[in-house]
Design a protein around this ligand. Sequence first.
Ligand SMILES: [Zn+2]
Length: 322
Amino acid sequence: MPFQTFETIVGHNSNIAGLRAAIKADKPGHSHLFYGPKGVGKATFALAFAQILLCKENSKNTIKSCGVCTSCQKMVAGQHPDFINIAMREDKTRISVDQIRDLSAFLSLTPMESQWKIALIDDAAQMNAQAANALLKTLEEPPEQSILIINTYRPGVLLPTIKSRCIKTRFSGLSQDELIEIVTNEVDSSNENIKQAVALCGGDVANGIQLCESGVGEERGLFLQEMAAIGGVDLSVVCTMSEYWSKPERFANSMLLLKAWFQEQIRGSVSNNKGAESIREWLSLAKWADEVMGEAMVVNLNKRLVLESLFIRVARLCGAKF
Ligand SMILES: [Zn+2]
């Protein structure tokens, strides 16, 4: 993803205005908590915020990163000596106490090229207990020229003592239009594919981009059409569907589409007051589908037969008489 600035970020306008005002007032704050749904751009936002604070051309009149000074260039290249980004290491399951100690040591140093030392923890809910306690010490006595940004989509997991010491910025979910705009900027694909991928992505930009690249959006229209009619077709149609959707290049997308489709049916049963029995039937079928398709992905099951038995059960639940 190209580096974003407060000018290019889509959505989150009130958060941008709030932090711009804080910078203008010379009170950028020592400790920030950015929280809100997964995949809406909290880390992207944090990087843009840090870039303004570090930019050599930023002034009170502009509150803007210039994008061309050495500081901006280093930030975009991920090599600014006054900025550190802490995330869970790939081979680990949590952010460790050693990482937090490194972060605290980094923040206590004098800035090398700017006014601030800035650290981002992404996602802070991945800290283990020891790491969280170590962070607390830094939060209690933040170094003079330090700014710490922690972000998470699971604020409930963080220690209350950590949260209470941070300036909180809440991120809302992005609208469908905003998601479409962001994915369109990232992926060269048809409008229809982007629209359908966004409808499946659960509000998560990275997920939307991945779905779009998988081409799942192109398939969704046909899939929904077939599923809408499945209660009234012959068994031979179900067999043709199974053949089509079990093709190796299509099977992973079928799983995604089915998963989203089952969620829709369950939601529909709940909101249309179809009764507990109907909801139970959909839930149990969805669970079974999840298991059997998951298995078919990893072990050598006949994918066509898996889909066939699945589509037959769906068809019967929708009223088919075979
Ligand atoms: Zn700059």
